[in-house]
Design a protein around this ligand. Sequence first.
Ligand code: GTP
Ligand code: MG
Ligand code: ZN
Length: 305
Amino acid sequence: MLTGTVRRTGGGLYQVALDEGRVVTASLRGRLKRGGGERARVVIGDRVQVKEHGNGTATLEGVLPRLSEVVRRGPGGRGPKLIAANLDRLVVVVAVRAPEPPSGMVDRLLAVGAVNRIESVLVVNKADLADPAAVEERFGPYRRIGYSLVVTSVVSGEGLDALRALLSSGTSALIGPSGAGKSSLLNAIEPGLRLRTGELSRKRLTGRQTTVNAVLLPLSCGGFVVDTPGFNDVGVWGVSREDLGRCFPEFERHGEACRFGRSCVHLHEPECGVKQAVAAEAIARSRYESYCRLLEEARGADRAW
Ligand SMILES: Nc1nc2c(ncn2[C@@H]2O[C@H](COP(=O)(O)OP(=O)(O)OP(=O)(O)O)[C@@H](O)[C@H]2O)c(=O)[nH]1
Ligand SMILES: [Mg+2]
Ligand SMILES: [Zn+2]
């Protein structure tokens, strides 16, 4: 039996990079196909056991235990949906404009990482389209919360070395709205990659979902990266209402002042340290509003999966 990592999935076939170096395409063995729900699905990043049958075909015989899973709420509130397995890092990519990130989008994407206990970093792309002071004013607060922030431009080359350095260890996945420039950034930091990139729709300046299937790629700087299709509808899955506040790092310190302690969800409770911090502008109101929306949605999405 051979061991490898799933690099690409689609149409019932799995492209697996074997540890010994070859890449094979395998189908699922019958036993793996049956039931088990979303968690049992074989996804990008999964470590798998492969059996070759000598006639050019191969089957996936088993999935090794995962070190991490990144799950999100599916489109339209349906979910859960697994993004990938065995990731070390989520790289949230948004553009300064074209497309303008929908309100709350950055907070929601960062929360996906926190819920799954994965480090998230924020990449703000298309810096060539905005005034640097405006970029700092809008995104600088995330650095103060504690997130790494990399400002990039595929056009000017700004930030590309920093991005490459960030991706040079472990396995990262780029996630973010369609058209933010995820595939373009990867093409820019890795010569010869030739990922397909797309024009924005002329009317709405939104992306057109150019990347259709996620793919795991080895980088010459040493790391592995997953390019994912963009989405504009993202939420968290699998976090209780009481735990959601812990996915907003700047709430943590102020939450100590909540009268109801760790059971406070910072909504209608009296003497809430988080709400006081929002009133005192020590926590950004936009972050609190993003939190409240996720809290509302968590009612249906706090189930184990
Ligand atoms: N001005 C400018 N345009 C960029 C930059 N990066 C990407 N673009 C353009 O933005 C458009 C979308 O880029 P993609 O790389 O396809 O975006 P994506 O995030 O991969 O989109 P999906 O695959 O749909 O999720 C393309 O027309 C790129 O040329 C940048 O730094 N500055
Ligand atoms: Mg893409
Ligand atoms: Zn509170």
